[in-house]
Ligand binder design. Structure first.
Ligand code: 3PY
Ligand code: MG
Length: 253
């Protein structure tokens, strides 16, 4: 069973981080920590399927569930990342019900969907039973869609009515930019959008998620009902750790 799916269904928080640096040491180091999930970002990080495949064996899947954010809502990307064995998918910029259905279809085998068959690493190269994977994989997958546009907010009810969508994830940068209040996270326009996502998720029994840029906000976000929370990104954490040490030594900004 997918630990993150269980947490989300139980209404519990699932904490993770963005992985953008393309080396297996990074996923191995992060797997030693009590994260629930790691998000391998293929939208904005310089990642491809072969770098992803080198990083996955370093993830201890008994403790940490590997997710991928695909570059776009595209069946080819979704198929390829599922075939290397990730257990969660996040799709950016899903703004309509038709787009949400497209995501779910790409994740499902016929007759339910249109995923092509060739699971390869996802079945340990044949060690795992193919038929069992075909029948049961979907029940174990977490599917998330990103809410990043005013159109997505307007269509949220319909988007989250699509069965098999487990999570609606706010991309704070894109959502604020597309609302005309780029990174003005205290603005009433942005706050209203966040409240709408939280309320619609509650009504539709879908887990709300967010990328948290500020560690001091995470407890409040959990209290507000967010469940799937990215607490940081690898490159930002690396830089801020060194910056904190150097600030004391050299008073850098
Ligand atoms: C955004 O902030 O737009 C995101 O997609 C989070 O990474
Ligand atoms: Mg985004």
């Amino acid at each position: 069973m997918n630990k993150v799916k269980e947490l989300l269904e139980a209404g519990e928080p699932a904490l993770g981080t963005w992985v953008t640096i393309q080396h297996p040491d990074v996923s191995e180091i992060l797997s030693t920590l009590p994260f629930d999930w790691l998000m391998f970002d293929m939208e904005h990080a310089p990642a491809d399927i072969s770098t992803l495949e080198t990083m996955l064996p370093a993830v201890d899947e008994d403790h940490v569930i590997p997710f991928v954010r695909v570059p776009w809502n595209d069946i080819v990307w979704i198929k390829r990342v599922l075939d290397v064995g990730v257990k969660g998918i996040l799709v950016p910029y899903v703004s309509t019900k038709a787009e949400a259905k497209k995501v779910v279809n790409a994740c499902q085998y016929p007759p339910r969907g249109i995923r092509g068959v060739g699971p390869r690493r996802a079945i340990n190269y044949g060690e795992k039973d193919r038929e069992d994977y075909y029948d049961r994989f979907e029940g174990n997958l977490v599917i998330g869609v990103q809410v990043e546009t005013p159109e997505a907010l307007a269509n949220l009810d319909e988007i989250l009515s699509v069965e098999q969508i487990d999570m609606a994830f706010i991309g704070p940068n894109d959502l604020s930019a597309n609302l005309g209040v780029y990174r003005q996270f205290a603005s009433s326009k942005y706050r209203k959008a966040v409240d709408k996502v939280l309320a619609t998720c509650k009504e539709k029994k879908v887990a709300p998620g967010i990328f948290s840029g500020d560690p001091s906000e995470i407890t409040a976000q959990i209290k507000n009902g967010f469940q799937f929370i990215s607490i940081a990104a690898d490159y930002g954490s690396l830089r801020s750790t060194y910056a904190n040490i150097l600030r004391e030594l050299r008073e850098i900004g």
